[in-house]
Design a protein around this ligand. Structure first.
Ligand SMILES: C[S@@+](CC[C@H](N)C(=O)[O-])C[C@H]1O[C@@H](n2cnc3c(N)ncnc32)[C@H](O)[C@@H]1O
Length: 202
């Protein structure tokens, strides 16, 4: 990621936080229901109380609060590029660990978390043919002991594919890439038109 791309992502979220405060809209989710639908799907990977979880592009850390409401208490670590979202998250949820930066700044050790999840954090265009996103996915997989779950925008959806300000991927191509990492993979692409979720298990 170039310094300009990093600055753009930080600025976009700083503006949206000023406009919306602690709300899914500040994270560019249309509604709380959509944000939580993604959480529900990610958690389908089988996370349970007592597991450790790394949430990449965590925003405020709302996934931790969602899990707690569902009665699942995890050892949570969030990572996000936006200092403003992280600062707000620390005031909302003082007990959770939030790190400012991207996955490579955080630099997790191999196999250091039971699960790694990512929701909505690889939608920013990088103009690199998806190379940064694939590097993030490879590194997330290397960091998990049990599994990885993430979502991406679906390039088969015409509206999404034509958005120059968003990055999208073909589900089957991304599935093949993930299978190439040696993971057991499951693709879920029939819940919303413009998004898909991938599950990678060891
Ligand atoms: C759509 S929001 C989702 C936030 C959170 N996952 C949720 O669902 O509540 C995307 C988040 O990813 C963060 N982000 C974008 N690119 C990132 C990157 N390369 N590394 C870390 N965080 C990133 C943004 O700052 C933003 O908080």
């Amino acid at each position: 990621m170039t310094p300009e791309q990093r600055k753009r992502i930080v600025a976009r979220h700083s503006d949206s936080l000023l406009r919306h405060g602690h709300s899914p809209n500040a994270l560019y989710w249309s509604t709380r229901e959509i944000q939580e639908l993604h959480f529900e799907l990610l958690c389908d990977i089988g996370i349970q109380s007592g597991d450790s979880l790394l949430d990449v592009g965590c925003g405020f850390g709302d996934l931790k609060a969602y899990l707690a409401r569902a009665g699942i208490e995890v050892d949570y670590q969030g990572v996000d590029l936006s200092p403003h979202l992280i600062e707000k998250g620390r005031t909302l949820y003082p007990a959770i660990n939030l790190f400012e930066g991207d996955l490579f700044d955080f630099n997790p050790a191999p196999l250091s978390f039971d699960y790694v999840m990512l929701s909505g954090a690889l939608n920013e265009p990088m103009k690199d043919g998806g190379a940064y996103a694939r590097n993030v996915i490879r590194r997330m997989y290397e960091s998990c002991r049990q599994g990885l779950a993430f979502n991406l925008l679906n390039a088969e959806h015409e509206w999404t594919a034509n958005r120059f300000d968003l990055q999208s991927f073909l589900p089957q191509e991304m599935l093949a890439f993930c299978q190439g990492l040696g993971a057991q993979c499951r693709l879920h692409d029939d819940y919303l038109d413009n998004v898909f979720t991938l599950y990678l298990q060891r």
